[in-house]
Design a protein around this ligand. Structure first.
Ligand SMILES: NC(=O)c1ccc[n+]([C@@H]2O[C@H](COP(=O)([O-])OP(=O)(O)OC[C@H]3O[C@@H](n4cnc5c(N)ncnc54)[C@H](O)[C@@H]3O)[C@@H](O)[C@H]2O)c1
Length: 275
């Protein structure tokens, strides 16, 4: 019950990582305010929560929606925690063909939304004497090959924004950190590719299979893996932690596959075979 008595806002809380985190926050004692564009799933989550989760339809590309969501927590006694998490795949076009509008839309969804969340949470938290903000970045912020260019650039921006905001807001006792998920089995892949309900079960099977084989820890990454890290960063257990991030990726970014998968040839194993 590390979050007992705290009011927490979770964006993108109707599904996946946000949903698991909202439930984890409730388990840890918080009152949670979930914002999402998916009103049906968001309201269903709230309805099952015995009043511990309040849903408010929120599009994080709209500044007014973010302000209204944060105001709910403020009115309930004060905003303590913000998890800036809502997101989707954005444009999949490569840098040599992407349109200016698609670039802007992707940045607005994944980076501007986080900046505005921090912008409008900070005064509320400062008035309350402090708070904790956690942002969702991605392993795609760390290297190529994980996600499209516009998405990955936005997620790298989220990491740097996390550091800069932590520096700016320390004087108000507001901590700002990020989580860096690896390959987590959620709806983000089927949504990005427009796979409909009929194909979803098959796609989920493929995602689970591929995800379990992608990294040295040979199981599928789960939303709950990320929720555990977010709950830590949001809690007083992390009271000396700010401006940094936790990578939760099953070792995906450790190094080349040959370094952890004995079935893959490395330069040394090839040279040894011709010695
Ligand atoms: N799943 C992964 O492998 C992975 C890896 C790294 C980072 N992430 C990031 O994690 C976050 C959560 O994604 P997820 O994997 O849980 O996917 P998800 O699709 O299960 O959940 C994303 C949620 O965000 C909501 N959303 C989308 N656009 C929105 C908007 N404009 N305003 C408000 N809500 C909006 C969706 O409706 C959905 O409920 C995203 O920021 C994503 O980029 C995911």
């Amino acid at each position: 019950m590390r979050l007992s008595g705290r009011n927490a806002v979770v964006t993108g809380g109707a599904s996946g990582i946000g949903r698991a985190t909202a439930l984890r926050f409730v388990d840890e004692g918080a009152q949670v305010f979930v914002g999402d564009i998916d009103a049906e799933a968001g309201q269903a989550l709230a309805d099952e929560s015995n009043g511990r989760i309040v849903f408010h339809r929120t599009d994080v590309t709209q500044e007014g929606d973010i302000v209204a969501l944060l105001a709910l927590a403020d009115a309930a006694g004060g905003l303590d925690i913000l998890f800036n998490n809502a997101g989707a795949g954005g444009s999949r076009d490569p840098i040599d063909t992407i349109s200016a509008d698609d670039w802007d839309r992707t940045q607005a969804l994944l980076l501007r939304s986080v900046a505005l969340g921090i912008r409008h949470a900070a005064p509320l938290m400062a008035r309350r004497g402090g708070g904790a903000i956690v942002n969702t970045s991605s392993v795609s912020a760390l290297g190529s090959g994980y996600a499209p260019t516009a998405y990955s650039t936005a997620k790298a921006g989220v990491l740097h924004l996390t550091r800069l905001a932590a520096a700016d807001l320390a004087r108000h006792a507001i901590r700002v950190n990020a989580v860096v998920p690896g390959f987590i089995a959620t709806n983000i892949f089927t949504s990005a590719l427009g796979i409909d309900a009929a194909g979803k079960a098959r796609a989920d099977g493929v995602i689970a299979h591929v995800a379990a084989d992608a990294q040295p820890i040979r199981r599928t990454g789960r939303p709950e893996d990320i929720a555990a890290a977010v709950a830590y960063l949001a809690s007083d257990d992390a009271s000396f932690v700010t401006g940094t991030h936790i990578v939760i990726d099953g070792g995906l970014t450790i190094g080349t596959r040959a370094s952890w998968d004995a079935s893959q040839p490395s330069l040394f194993s090839i040279l040894e075979s011709i010695r």
